[in-house]
Write a protein that binds this ligand. Structure first.
Ligand SMILES: [Cu+2]
Length: 307
C-alpha cells in the first residue's frame, strides 16, 4: 500500500487527448531511434564492425609475446618496437600500465589489429584522431586498420585502470618510406633473423645474426641503462672498443691486468662482483639471468662494437 492511493476507479477514466498525443510522439521517437541504431552502425562509423574471438588473458599474452619476439626491431623507452608487414596480423596488448608493442606502420597499407587486455578493462583511444574502443580481457578484437595520415599517434587509455593509468601511453608511428624512420630514431633498428626465433629451430646462427640478437638483448635486458656504446663511461665501462682491450680489474682487493675476451665477458655477466673494473668500484652491476646462447649473442654484439 502506498502512502497516497489513487482515487477509486482511476483505471477506468479516459486518457486525455494531450496525454495520448505525447504517447504517440514518444512512440514515434522510439521507433526512429531504433531504426537509427541500425543506420548508425552502418553509416555513422560509431561501432566497429569487427570480428571478435574468445581468448584468455594468458593465451593472448603468450601470442603477443611470441609475436613481439618474432618481429621486434628494437626498443623505445623500454617498450619493444615492431614493424609489421602490410596486410599481416598485428598484436597489440593493453596491460597495467602500458600498450605494447610500439607499431611502425606504412601509410595507406592495411593491417589486421588484434587487441586485447592482459589484465583488466582498458580503453584504446588513438589520439589526436579520437578513435575509441573498449578493450575487455578475454576477447580478441580484430580491427582492420588502415592509416591514412603520416606522423606519430599516441594511444591513451580512456578507462580508469588504477594508479598508473595516466602513464599508459602507447605509440603508433605512420611512415611513408625508410627516411621517415630517422625522424623517430628507428633507422638503426634491425629485425631479428628468422632462424633465431623459430621455436625449436636448431639452425646455427651466423655471426651477424648473433650480433643483431645481442643488440636486442642489450636493450631488452636493460644493459643499455648503464653500458653505452658511444664511448661514454659514466655508470659503467662503455662497450665500444671493449673487446680485446686490456683492462685493470680488482679481484678480492688485488689489482691485476686482464684482456677482455669471451671468458672474461661471460664471467662478468654470471658473477659481476668477482672482477671489478678499476674506476667503477662504486657502481654495482646486477646479476641478470641469461642462458649460454644469450651470453654468446651479447659477446658477439660487444665484439662488433669497434672504437
Ligand atoms: Cu588502462
Amino acid at each position: 500500500m502506498s502512502l497516497l492511493s489513487p482515487k477509486e476507479g482511476w483505471y477506468d477514466t479516459k486518457v486525455s487527448k494531450d496525454e495520448k498525443m505525447w504517447m504517440v510522439i514518444a512512440l514515434i521517437l522510439c521507433l526512429m531511434m531504433f531504426v537509427w541504431m541500425i543506420l548508425w552502425h552502418v553509416y555513422g562509423k560509431q561501432n566497429p564492425s569487427s570480428t571478435t574471438y574468445r581468448t584468455t588473458t594468458t593465451e593472448f599474452a603468450q601470442l603477443t609475446e611470441a609475436y613481439i619476439k618474432r618481429n621486434m626491431i628494437g626498443m623505445d623507452n623500454g617498450i619493444p618496437v615492431v614493424r609489421p608487414e602490410p596486410n599481416s596480423e598485428v598484436f597489440l596488448m593493453a596491460e597495467m600500465w602500458r600498450w605494447s608493442p610500439v607499431l611502425i606502420l606504412v601509410k595507406d597499407q592495411s593491417y589486421n589489429f588484434h587487441i586485447s587486455s592482459k589484465d583488466i578493462v582498458h580503453g584504446f583511444s588513438l589520439q589526436p584522431v579520437n578513435m575509441n574502443f573498449q578493450v575487455y580481457p578475454g576477447y580478441d578484437y580484430v580491427l582492420r586498420f588502415k592509416p591514412t595520415e603520416l606522423g606519430e599517434f599516441k594511444i591513451v587509455c580512456n578507462e580508469f585502470c588504477g594508479i598508473g593509468h595516466h602513464t599508459m601511453i602507447g605509440k603508433v608511428v605512420v611512415i611513408e618510406n625508410e627516411e621517415d624512420l630517422a625522424k623517430y630514431g628507428y633507422d638503426k633498428m634491425k629485425k631479428a633473423p628468422e632462424a633465431a626465433v623459430e621455436e625449436g629451430a636448431e639452425k646455427p646462427l651466423t655471426e651477424s645474426e648473433k650480433v643483431i640478437l645481442g643488440e636486442q638483448l642489450y636493450n631488452l635486458k636493460g644493459c643499455v641503462a648503464c653500458h653505452k656504446t658511444d664511448g661514454s663511461a659514466v655508470l659503467a665501462p662503455a662497450w665500444n672498443g671493449l673487446y680485446g682491450k686490456s683492462e685493470k680489474v680488482k679481484e678480492s682487493g688485488k689489482e691485476m691486468e686482464i684482456s677482455v675476451d669471451d671468458e672474461y665477458i661471460r664471467e662478468s655477466i654470471i658473477e659481476p662482483q668477482k672482477k671489478i673494473a678499476v674506476g667503477f668500484e662504486k657502481a654495482i652491476m646486477p646479476v641478470t639471468p641469461m642462458n649460454d646462447k644469450e651470453i654468446d649473442q651479447i659477446i658477439a654484439y660487444i665484439k662488433s662494437l669497434k672504437n
